[in-house]
Design a protein around this ligand. Structure first.
Ligand SMILES: *[C@@H]1O[C@H](CO)[C@@H](O)[C@H](O)[C@H]1NC(C)=O
Ligand SMILES: *[C@@H]1O[C@H](CO)[C@@H](O)[C@H](O)[C@H]1NC(C)=O
Ligand SMILES: *[C@@H]1O[C@H](CO)[C@@H](O)[C@H](O)[C@H]1NC(C)=O
Length: 972
């Protein structure tokens, strides 16, 4: 406490004294401050240094010649923010966002008494948010989002900066409770944005004083547990309230949705309310209809454990556009009033236990764009009023009990998925009319009959067509050649006849998958398929195809399993009957006879032995169908999936018990991680990203992670088993790491509970081996991988531990790909040189993080602990002890290793030797975490040095030259 107080006094004194300085002195001070800033960063500031300071890039002066604005956002700057910036006494605006600045936010920024705007967002700043920012009396806009800041939120910033109207601290690693005194009353505060952090505890009750709030975004933290009930009464301007993805389960507090909603009735401006992903068990109270007093347009309650029925009063909220209550335990029927809000565009009720019919009133909500009600118990026929919905893009009703015919006039422009119902009748011709542009149509596993409409050929945008497991008959129309974008076709398990149209293999975008198995098709297999360049799966089995098939072209990927039971086929594919002129003919007749006899025998066996019957059934070829939207088919990762086993959404649901709470093993910045068991018994970790509303930014990060992760193979880097990506759902499937992550190993499991499973002690050997594993992995990423990758978020919680405690680096989600030459086709030539220029600095950021992590492992202290205890970073803490060769302090520290669940560092027998190893590691940690990026070693050197320490060469080395090394390394 004392040093912090002194710092505040010192800063206050310097603020006061600066008022008396003359303008000339002040200009000189500004100039010196800017030059000091320049010396801390790399980037194009080449005109900085010319006599006219006020002409320098990004600098604006007032008439006295003092700097009032420093605008260097998006300027390719790397390095650190110099504390000297605090000397710019007239500065009003400091914008440094969207650079790659690292290091801490200097507390000296609190001296900028004139500062109005401060934006440091979208950098790689770490360390805590300095409390001194609370001294900024004039600040109105503060954005520190998208960094790696940690520690808790300083109360002074929220409560003392009386002019502040917007605070954005989102996307950082802030932890601890939000502590605000009861007097805290920031009357100007409009926007409080804290999402995607690690905040815990409750929403402090004094927040009810924040009566000017318009945005309160608290989603994706660990806040809980009971929803606040009176907090929002006075917030008449509140527009956006997001509490999603927290712990507001109400556990222990009973039902709490009703008082919470009641407190929002006065918020007449309220537009968006997010309560999803909280494990809430309540019912939706009928009083929800009282929100009709608000402007509510988006209501998110999905991914909870809500029971009961959907109250019909929801229909009173006339401004509603998005109603998302999927993944709950709702039952009963869909109230017809739900379609009253005329602006309703998105209705998502999937994964509940809703039954009854779809109300005819659905036709009233003419703006409906997305209807998603899959995985329920809906019955009856599809209402013909669906044809009124002309703006429909998604109609997703799979896995229900719907029956009857598909009414005419139903059309939707993106995804039509009605699979796994009991629909009958013919496929209506206008389903495929010229007005529709579906990119995905799945009507599989119904009871549809009749021919494929010729009009299907009009669907020139369609990418995937699954009509499998129906009772379709007649020939496949030649008009299918009009579906020029088709990549996936599954017509298996029908009664289709005639020949395959030869145009089927010649779509310009190229077919990837074709399954026509289990039909009555005849004729030859069109040659066009064989020359179709992208075809990687085809199944012609159980038909009556004839003629010769060669193993050339795309058929080289296929085995005889793709051609089973077509007696007239022969060819050079392995396992297939060869064609031998006329002899061939006799041969296949002979083989047919043998197969027929075998089949009869087998059938008899099956009939007689009931158990064997089951095995026979299993012998039918694996059906290859899109079971629902969520399969990997409409794949946005843009990779051929042949390299990885395909896992469908459904299999992931089964493996994780419906993504149950019990299987939740982690919540990351943008997704949840679940433990799961596949049917084969493989234990996996599923990193699932629910992007129902989070949108492009996060989806982009997912794609990047997939791309990065798949191009990399190293024993100390996470290996991806597969990915599941659909427009609705994205997940990466990883091997499950039984020993958790390094953060829990150092500091104990989050929440301070007892770790599960076998306990491991972080002894010196383990520190050495883990450090060595991480260094090897990182050296591979930086210097040896096919695509250069910088991690950008290396920290203990991103280092996983496998069964034998090998450390595995994971979470490349925010990695910035760095090309090696022009190997990555994703990045154009243009960016190559730039990337090369900044590459060492990127690398150096990872080296820095590695250094801090090493120090953290040795000291058992979090970087923030040290700062609050001693006022320095972990780097300074360790450096001080190294320079002083303060072995006693180190040993003491090791023995006092302060995490409750971790044993004191086990020093092996020969203590002095162990201390020397620790010393060596400390020195390495210090060298890696130096402020100046150029002084840090590279990852290859680090890996080499750790290997030396581990293998004992350090002993000889040290004996001869201990002091010299110490001196050399720490001259900064
Ligand atoms: C500084 O800016 C002024 C006004 O824009 C201009 O006349 C002058 O030439 C500039 N000086 C330098 C050294 O660039
Ligand atoms: C940063 O780099 C980009 C090239 O990617 C370049 O267009 C831009 O001018 C640079 N910005 C500055 C301020 O140098
Ligand atoms: C973040 O900064 C990078 C440059 O460092 C920029 O390309 C990117 O667009 C920025 N992102 C946002 C959301 O501003």
């Amino acid at each position: 406490m004392m040093p912090r107080f002194l710092a505040l006094v010192a800063i206050t004194i310097s603020v006061l004294s600066s008022i008396h300085a003359s303008a000339i002195d002040m200009r000189a001070t500004d100039r010196a401050a800017l030059l000091s800033f320049k010396s801390g960063v790399w980037g194009n500031l080449s005109d900085w240094g010319s006599p006219q300071m006020c002409n320098w890039t990004g600098v604006t002066c007032d008439p006295r010649g003092l700097v009032i604005r420093l605008l260097l956002s998006n300027s390719n700057l790397t390095g650190v923010v110099s504390p000297a910036i605090g000397n710019l006494s007239a500065l009003e605006t400091l914008e440094l966002h969207s650079n790659q600045l690292s290091g801490n936010i200097p507390p000296q920024l609190g001296m900028l008494s004139q500062l109005v705007n401060l934006s440091l967002d979208n950098n790689t700043l770490n360390g805590p948010i300095p409390e001194t920012l609370g001294l900024l009396k004039n600040i109105t806009y503060l954005s520190l989002s998208d960094n790696n800041l940690n520690g808790s939120i300083p109360e002074a910033i929220v409560c003392n900066c009386s002019s502040l109207s917007s605070i954005d601290l989102s996307n950082n690693s802030l932890t601890g409770e939000i502590i605000l005194s009861t007097q805290c009353q920031p009357l100007s505060l409009n926007k409080l944005i804290l999402y995607n952090n690690g905040l815990t505890g409750i929403i402090p009750s004094s927040m009810s004083n924040f009566t000017s709030l318009e945005w309160l975004l608290l989603q994706s933290n660990f806040l809980g547990s009971v929803l606040p009930s009176k907090m929002f009464n006075g917030m008449s301007s509140l527009k956006f309230l997001y509490l999603s993805n927290n712990n507001f389960s109400g556990d222990g507090g009973g039902a709490n949705l009703e008082p919470f909603l009641a407190s929002l009735v006065n918020c007449t401006c309220l537009e968006e309310l997010g309560l999803d992903s909280n494990g809430m068990r309540d019912k939706i109270p009928p009083t929800i209809g009282n929100l009709s007093s608000t402007n509510l347009s988006k209501l998110y309650l999905y991914d909870n454990k809500i029971t009961g029925t959907i109250p019909h009063t929801i229909g009173n909220i006339s401004s509603l556009t998005d109603l998302c209550i999927e993944k709950n335990m709702l039952e009963g029927t869909i109230p017809s009033e739900i379609f009253q809000p005329r602006q309703l565009t998105r209705l998502v009720l999937a994964n509940n236990q809703i039954n009854g019919e779809i109300p005819k009133s659905i036709g009233l909500a003419q703006r409906l764009n997305i209807i998603h009600m899959s995985y329920n118990g809906l019955q009856g026929t599809l209402p013909d009023t669906l044809s009124n919905l002309t703006e429909l893009e998604y109609l997703v009703l799979h896995h229900n009990q719907l029956s009857g015919a598909i009414p005419p006039g139903v059309s939707c422009s993106m995804i039509l998925d009605l699979c796994y119902n009991k629909l009958t009748g013919r496929i209506p011709i206008d389903l495929a009319g010229p007005s529709t542009l579906q990119i995905y149509v799945n009507l599989s596993n119904n009871l549809l009959e009749g021919p494929l409409p010729l009009e299907f050929g009009n669907m020139d945008k369609i990418k995937a067509l699954d009509l499998s497991s129906n009772k379709l008959s007649a020939a496949i129309p030649a008009q299918i050649k009009g579906c020029t974008a088709l990549e996936y076709v599954n017509l298996s398990r029908n009664f289709l006849q005639g020949a395959l149209p030869s145009s089927i293999g010649s779509f310009p975008t190229s077919l990837h998958v074709l399954d026509v198995s289990l039909n009555r098709l005849t004729g030859t297999i069109p040659l066009s398929l064989q020359t179709s360049p992208e075809l990687w799966f085809a199944n012609f089995s159980y038909n009556n195809f004839i003629g010769e098939v060669s193993s050339e072209g795309s058929f080289a990927n296929l085995t005889a399993d793709s051609f089973l039971d077509n007696p007239g086929l022969c060819g050079s594919i392995l396992g297939m009957a060869p064609c031998r002129g006329k002899h061939g003919h006799f041969l296949y007749i002979a083989i047919t006879v043998i197969i027929a006899i075998a089949a009869i025998l087998l059938a008899m066996v099956c009939i007689f032995y009931h158990d064997l019957m089951k095995i026979c059934l299993r012998l039918t070829p694996p059906s290859f169908q899109l079971s629902s939207i969520p399969t990997g088919l409409v794949n946005t990762i843009g990779e051929k999936e042949g390299d990885h086993p395909r896992i469908s959404y459904r299999e992931l649901v089964d493996a994780t018990d419906g993504f149950s709470e019990a299987n939740l093993i982690g919540k990351g910045g943008y997704g949840h991680v679940y433990r799961g068991v596949l049917h084969g018994g493989t234990v996996i970790a599923v990193k699932a990203l629910h992007n129902d509303y989070v949108g492009e930014v996060i989806a982009g990060s997912f794609e990047r992670e997939c791309r990065v992760i798949r191009s990399i193979r190293h024993r100390n880097l996470i290996r991806v088993i597969t990915a599941c990506s659909t427009p609705e759902f994205k997940a990466i499937v990883l091997p499950f790491m039984p020993n958790g992550n390094l953060d829990s190993l150092i500091h104990g499991p989050p929440g301070g509970g007892k770790p599960e499973g076998p306990q491991h002690k972080l002894d010196l050997d383990m520190v050495l081996s883990i450090a060595s594993n991480i260094a090897e992995g990182m050296a591979y990423l930086h210097h040896h991988a096919p695509v250069k990758v910088v991690h950008c978020d290396l920290k203990p919680s991103n280092v996983l531990l496998d069964g034998d405690m090998t450390a595995i680096v994971s979470d490349f989600g925010i990695s910035k790909l760095v090309i090696n030459g022009a190997r990555d086709p994703e990045m154009g030539e243009a960016s190559t040189s730039v990337v090369w220029l900044v590459r060492p600095a990127f690398d150096a950021g990872d080296v820095y993080s590695f250094g801090v992590m090493l120090l953290e492992m040795i000291s058992g202290k979090r970087p923030t602990d040290v700062i609050s205890e001693e006022g320095h970073g972990l780097h300074d803490w360790a450096k001080k002890r190294c320079l002083e060769h303060d072995l006693d302090a180190i040993v003491k520290c090791l023995l006092l290793h302060d995490s409750p669940s971790v044993q004191p560092f086990g020093l092996p027998g020969c203590e002095m030797e162990a201390v020397a190893v620790v010393m060596e590691l400390l020195e390495l940690g210090v060298a890696c975490s130096q402020l100046a990026p150029s002084m840090r070693p590279d990852m290859d050197d680090v890996a080499h040095e750790i290997a030396c320490v581990r293998d004992g060469t350090w002993r000889k080395y040290r004996a001869t030259d201990l002091n010299a090394i110490g001196q050399k390394k720490f001259r900064e």
